[in-house]
Design a protein around this ligand. Structure first.
Ligand SMILES: CCCCCCCCCCCCCCCC(=O)SCCNC(=O)CCNC(=O)[C@H](O)C(C)(C)COP(=O)(O)OP(=O)(O)OC[C@H]1O[C@@H](n2cnc3c(N)ncnc32)[C@H](O)[C@@H]1OP(=O)(O)O
Ligand SMILES: Cc1cc2nc3c(=O)[nH]c(=O)nc-3n(C[C@H](O)[C@H](O)[C@H](O)COP(=O)(O)OP(=O)(O)OC[C@H]3O[C@@H](n4cnc5c(N)ncnc54)[C@H](O)[C@@H]3O)c2cc1C
Length: 663
């Protein structure tokens, strides 16, 4: 049998209806149709070819992306694509580009932090790409500490302008995508100064380049910050540096929804919290969670298909060897990642609803849910990106040596994905934000009943006393038992941290000293939400033969895998006994056997095109070995039998005449 037959055989074993699972993965029939159409549009358009990318130099890579982005914008207009369709189009083109910043950060910053008047002026210009913008917050000296930014915006009453200035080397803006060569505008975050007084960091709309000839405007120095990790991935993007030498902008280019500066130089606060200035980050973090499920699903699709084709050992009497997918070790590394992709998918759908709700509330100045939404987006961003980055690397290893080839699609995917752990809020820094929320919630328990995602902490006094009642491996299939275990562990960790915080001289000192424990408590809290979201999703109506059952198995795999991975926490907090932890592991092994016949069908449900996967190992048809050989032959080194440099540098060594003493 060949790889093609192996996958055909695997598909025939599926115990659920793949077409309906595709819809469950996409979220709705409408969402499925949009994704499917955009994926095929990209896959069938030769402009979006990706094979040659790894061979291109930096300048060619960058220009190639400019060409693709221009073509994509033409398609958006010619085909009258909606914003949602255009977003999927960008996603499937699969190349970081300045438009990510334009649509994910520049436009949301204008919409979220601008006044009605500012939105009316700037948003249509941005949405029609008459201006191209980026989000210039991070500096050479500060990224996480936004209040520590050094760029200044000094109000000049006489001219009714702000003067944007980079007073130090470390105040240079450093990292913004598209800044180096493309963007015409940026939201520049700077310390506001009026009459020598500092009024905190605010966003300012600054024009960077001439709209006529694209050259940097006077007083602005722009450049690229250099090559990044991986070759053909993030180097398609011109992350940039910017320095401002007393650049003047009109007063009405300060984003003034949160606070205003009058013509007279009076600083006025609206009745909105200053945290609204951070709202763009909430919006993007939510998108990043959704991207995590896409990236992880892509990696597990490749690793699962290849694991069904790859055979090693186990042959007796010349019969076929064992598919590596049948090894329990392979299953225990791979199936939790398949389950995580689904878990993150449903978590991101839920987070989107939460975010849509807070967005509507913010529009009518209801800020009550912002702290919870901030904690959720920050925490989920950290949890999902860390697990996805680790998961992609695990998938590479699951593919053995071939996983290290660029043609496997995995090294480039990893290089592209891993900065998600850092950008838009470094992951540990984000967990510490969740910790602030948890500490506040727990400290306030006597006065205020927590709601939403923290509601379980309202039962903390019960959860710290109760013990797990599981007696058999079967008991671990009960969602109530699973959820209570996660809640009890998280509540005990949060309460434990709060009790120890009280032993310090000041809360700040305690928070700093216990920050590692607090970060772990935050992760445990986020896992409660992801697990409970998965369980709640299964309580909804899910049509299709066997679809719900297959998802139930995955939900249990996800939860029990986490329980196994973090069993130290579950045992140390005293909720579980070692016997109960061991029963959970027994159940996990049984669940892997239930996933096994569905493995290929599950990854088919992601509906990834071969173009999007860009992986010889993950091909839908399973024709791996001939195509791997074919891909290798296309390497430039195979253009000739004798490579450049052989005559010059190798042959002289071979032909040297050595004295016998040197032999
Ligand atoms: C192939 C194509 C794929 C396409 C795929 C597209 C995907 C889309 C990717 C686009 C491409 C990305 C490219 C990366 C773009 C950057 O990376 S842009 C730069 C992002 N930078 C960051 O995220 C910086 C991280 N740092 C921060 O967020 C904040 O400074 C920190 C860490 C929260 C600290 O803030 P702080 O004000 O100094 O301190 P803190 O006292 O902790 O907070 C003050 C209060 O604000 C609250 N707060 C803090 N943050 C927030 C917030 N965000 N909301 C609400 N409240 C907040 C706190 O809870 C606290 O409240 P209270 O406890 O006082 O009630
Ligand atoms: C590919 C990429 C694209 C980017 N695009 C943009 C963009 O478009 N616009 C933009 O403005 N920025 C952008 N950034 C910058 C990015 O947002 C920052 O790098 C990020 O916020 C992290 O900040 P930092 O680099 O200052 O890390 P640091 O904060 O210096 O992190 C270094 C280490 O210090 C630790 N640390 C920091 N503070 C604390 C603390 N309080 N407690 C405990 N530990 C701490 C961190 O956990 C980390 O281990 C981009 C970055 C990358 C990699």
């Amino acid at each position: 049998m060949e790889g093609v037959d192996y996958l055909r055989d695997e598909r025939s074993k599926a115990q659920f209806d793949v077409e309906t699972m595709k819809v469950a993965w996409a979220g709705s029939p409408e969402a499925f149709l949009v994704c499917d159409r955009m994926a095929k549009l990209v896959a069938n358009d030769p402009v979006f070819e990706k094979f040659s990318k790894p061979m291109l130099g930096r300048k060619e890579l960058f220009k190639n992306t400019l060409r693709k982005t221009a073509h994509a914008w033409k398609l958006v207009n010619d085909l009258h694509l909606t914003e949602e369709e255009a977003k999927w189009l960008r996603h499937y083109i699969d190349e970081p580009s300045y438009t990510d910043l334009q649509w994910e950060m520049f436009v949301p910053a204008l919409e979220g932090q601008g006044t009605e008047e500012q939105k009316k002026k700037w948003v249509p210009l941005a949405k029609t790409m008459q201006i191209i913008g980026t989000y210039a917050q991070t500096e050479l000296g500060h990224g996480s500490n936004v209040q520590g930014l050094e760029t200044t915006a000094t109000f000049d009453r006489q001219s009714d302008e702000f003067v944007i200035h980079s007073p130090t080397l470390t105040s240079s803006k450093w990292w913004p995508g598209g800044l180096a060569k493309v963007t015409t505008h940026a939201i520049v975050y700077a310390r506001l100064i009026i009459d020598g007084h500092f009024y905190g960091v605010h966003g300012f709309i600054v024009q960077l380049r001439s709209l006529e000839d694209h050259s940097p405007l006077p007083g602005i120095t722009l450049g690229d910050i250099g090559m990044k990790f991986g070759h053909g991935t993030y180097n398609t993007m011109d992350n940039g540096v910017a320095r401002f030498d007393r650049v003047r902008i009109p007063r009405d280019q300060m984003l003034m929804r949160v606070s205003q500066v009058t013509k007279e130089g009076k600083y006025m606060k609206s009745n909105v919290p200053r945290q609204l200035g951070y709202a763009t980050m909430v919006s993007v973090r939510q998108t990043i969670v959704s991207d995590a499920s896409k990236a992880l699903s892509r990696a597990v699709c490749i690793a699962t298909r290849y694991s069904a084709i790859r055979r090693q050992f186990g042959s007796r009497d010349g019969g076929p060897e064992t598919q590596v997918l049948d090894y329990k070790t392979q299953q225990s590394r791979l199936f939790p990642l398949v389950a995580s992709a689904f878990a993150f998918r449903f978590a991101s759908d839920w987070l989107k609803l939460l975010y849509t709700d807070v967005k509507q509330r913010l529009e009518v100045n209801d800020f009550s849910t912002l702290p919870e939404v901030h904690a959720c987006t920050a925490g989920f961003k950290s949890l999902t990106t860390a697990a996805t980055a680790e998961g992609i690397e695990e998938c590479r290893k699951l593919c053995g040596g071939h996983g290290y080839l660029i043609s496997s699609g995995l090294p480039e995917l990893f290089a592209f994905y891993v900065p998600a752990c850092t950008y838009e809020g470094e992951n540990v820094v984000m967990l510490l934000q969740v910790a602030r929320f948890l500490v506040k919630t727990v400290s306030d328990l006597g006065n205020k009943q927590p709601v939403g995602t923290a509601a379980y902490l309202g039962r903390a006094s019960l959860l710290v006393q109760k013990n797990c009642v599981v007696q058999t491996a079967e008991d671990w299939l009960n969602p109530i038992a699973i959820l209570e275990a996660f809640e009890a562990r998280a509540a005990r960790m949060a309460v434990g941290c709060c009790q120890r915080l009280a032993e310090f001289k000041s809360p700040e000192e305690g928070f700093a000293e216990l920050s590692s424990d607090l970060a772990e408590a935050s992760l445990a809290h986020c896992q409660v939400i992801v697990v409970s979201t998965f369980i709640r999703r299964l309580q909804q109506d899910i049509p299709g033969r066997g679809v719900k059952q297959a998802l139930e198995v995955l939900c249990n795999v996800y939860a029990l895998f986490l329980l196994h991975k973090h069993q130290g926490d579950f045992l140390a907090t005293g909720y579980l006994t070692p016997k109960q932890a061991s029963l959970a592991n027994d159940q996990l092994r049984t669940l892997y056997s239930k996933v096994r016949p569905n493995a290929i069908a599950l990854v088919d449900s992601f509906n990834h095109t071969d173009h999007y996967l860009s992986s010889v190992l993950g091909r839908y048809d399973g024709n791996v070995y001939p195509k791997l050989y074919e891909a290798a032959l296309k390497d430039p080194l195979n253009d000739s039998d004798i490579a450049d440099g052989i005559h010059q540098y190798v042959q002289p060594i071979l032909k040297q005449k050595l004295h016998s003493s040197k032999l």
